[in-house]
Design a binder for this molecule. Structure first.
Ligand code: ATP
Ligand code: MG
Length: 438
């Protein structure tokens, strides 16, 4: 993308309505714009990040054996009347009436709809387990939408739903999803900690929230630093497919202390070594639940068990705040100059800064680099002064900056800057491409 013609409306001033760093930076770097309270339009730079997060979430869901579907945003009220949640959900639910006076709603979550799809089609225990997921917009009419995309009214969520024949199967599905989550967050450069949580309006008996530390988080959290050292991605860590691995993994996850203030147990906390105590504000980026037969019973979903008798399958649900993660990653990774994207979700691998547009050497070298990146670089081809280009590249947070000036172009070198460390080296264009992996 060429910056001279890109729709990336950056702001010099800090927008008055933004109270936290991620919201300020998302507006200033031109990622999103608010269209009404708690509802945002995603502009090219922001959308590329959103899509990258979505891709990682999808890859890890698929790797865990979940199957992607796509349910609609608009749901009939009947399904929610069956489960009893139509009344319970209260004012957070956006209720709509169609031209035939039928009650509809904009889905805040999909337990009812997925249970309906399941009961129409699955007949036998032999077809279980099933984990179905989708990545779809949700609407919750939050009392206080705030902090930009972190607490929006319309937001993008990955929600998965598991169906198992018995308790043991449901627990295995729960652990599988928990492992998928730890892998997902690690790939985004986040240290998310699973914390036992209340089950809230979804109901049920087992629940974990996945929390990252940030000063602007909405709840107080406590955990053992042992979590920070665990690697979920390396080959010899944990596998989704082996029950003994899942059991060992779950033991590790529940063995170290971690709790939100609602579940905080001071006696257990006192037993954590002082140098391993971590506490602070936390942002919830995911939430998983095991709730058994709550929906399969209320909505009459049954399959034939091994003895031919009807069984209500055991369910769990598993949410990731895909759009919230864009803000959460920025909260965890920024400095005074702007965003610092982890390579895995950056909108572009690199920015190419042409310090002298019109200089034949600079222009030719930049064009060659730009072509070599095959769409994965943002080329700052504006006629602005160098200072403005440096500032915008830092603000937008590209992991690498390739700086091309007339002297270097003549000598066949560029300056390569790593955004995260500020480290700069003078290298050949080939060397720059090799280091970035363009
Ligand atoms: P919260 O306590 O933050 O309201 P929740 O417990 O209501 O979250 P879930 O119903 O479990 O959330 O939804 C799954 C995930 O969706 C959450 O972990 C969060 O990351 C994200 N999420 C929930 N509400 C919002 C919102 N209003 N804006 C953006 N993301 C949200
Ligand atoms: Mg909520």
């Amino acid at each position: 993308m060429r910056l001279s013609h890109a729709f990336i409306p950056t702001l010099k001033e800090t927008p008055a309505e933004a109270q936290i760093a991620s919201h300020r930076l998302m507006l200033r770097a031109g990622l999103v714009r608010q269209t009404s309270a708690g509802i945002y339009a995603w502009l090219p730079l922001g959308l590329r990040v959103l899509r990258n997060i979505e891709r990682i979430v999808r890859e890890e869901q698929d790797a865990a054996g979940a199957q992607e579907i796509l349910m609609p945003t608009i749901q009939p009220a009947e399904l929610w009347k069956e489960s009893g949640r139509y009344e319970d959900y209260g004012k957070e639910m956006l209720r709509i009436r169609d031209r035939h006076d039928r009650d509809m709603l904009y889905g805040p979550t999909n337990e009812e709809m997925v249970t309906d799809l399941f009961r129409q089609s699955v007949r036998s225990y032999k077809e279980l387990p099933q984990i179905l997921y989708h990545i779809q917009w949700k609407f919750r009419d939050e009392v206080r939408p705030r902090f930009g995309v972190m607490r929006g009214r319309e937001f993008l969520m990955k929600d998965a739903y598991s169906f198992d024949i018995d308790h043991a199967g449901a627990v295995a599905s729960y652990r599988k999803m928990m492992l998928a989550y730890m892998r997902t967050f690690q790939r985004m450069g986040l240290k998310a900690i699973p914390m036992e949580a209340d089950t809230g309006p979804i109901g049920g008996e087992l629940s974990h929230e996945f929390i990252i530390l940030a000063p602007t988080g909405e709840s107080q959290v406590y955990y053992d630093a042992a979590f920070e050292e665990i690697d979920y991605l390396s080959g010899d860590s944990f596998s989704h497919d082996k029950p003994e691995d899942l059991a060992r993994f779950f033991e590790v996850m529940t063995g170290h202390y971690a709790a939100t203030d609602e579940k905080h147990d001071t006696a257990r906390w006192d037993r954590v070594a002082a140098n391993r105590k971590r506490e602070g504000r936390g942002i919830e980026v995911g939430h998983i639940f095991y709730f058994g037969t709550k929906y399969t019973k209320s909505m009459g979903a049954v399959v034939a068990g091994p003895d031919g008798k009807p069984v209500h399958p055991e369910m769990g649900s598993y949410g990731v705040g895909v759009s919230r993660l864009v803000g959460a990653v920025i909260e965890a990774s920024h400095d005074d100059n702007g965003i610092i994207w982890p390579d895995s979700i950056a909108p572009f691998k690199a920015a190419i800064l042409n310090l002298k547009i019109g200089d034949a050497g600079c222009d030719a070298l930049c064009e060659a680099l730009y072509a070599a990146f095959g769409g994965n670089a943002l080329y700052d081809d504006r006629t602005d002064r160098a200072g403005a280009k440096f500032a915008d590249a830092d603000l937008m947070g590209h992991p690498w900056q390739v700086v091309v000036g007339p002297r270097g172009a003549a000598a066949g070198t560029v300056e390569l800057k790593r955004r995260a460390t500020g480290e700069r080296v003078e290298v050949t264009p080939e060397e720059a491409l090799a280091r970035i992996g363009g």
